[in-house]
Design a protein around this ligand. Structure first.
Ligand SMILES: [Zn+2]
Length: 88
């Protein structure tokens, strides 16, 4: 969960639609006889498990439906632990 001090866009007033995230990906490449490389377009693997919310000491980066982004002061708040069923 998050506490957000500026949940509405300072530019247009729309509520935040989501957080800005970063994610890594691997795009396949091929080598030409010249020794140079180019993206092959064959495969791009996105490492969804590594997706992270963009935040800094100033706050959490938010996005509105109009495409604006801003940094809202705030923090992540740990959720109560989810009970794990006992092994049977
Ligand atoms: Zn906006």
């Amino acid at each position: 969960m998050m506490r957000l001090d500026t949940p509405n866009c300072p530019t247009c007033g729309c509520p935040a639609l989501g957080t800005l995230e970063t994610v890594s990906a691997r795009c396949s490449i091929k080598q030409f006889p010249s020794g140079l490389f180019e993206h092959s377009g064959v495969e791009t693997k996105v490492f969804w498990d590594e997706m992270k919310t963009v935040f800094s000491p100033e706050g959490i980066t938010l996005l509105c439906e109009q495409g604006h982004d801003w940094v809202s002061p705030g923090e992540f708040i740990d959720e109560p632990p989810v009970p794990v069923p006992a092994p049977s």
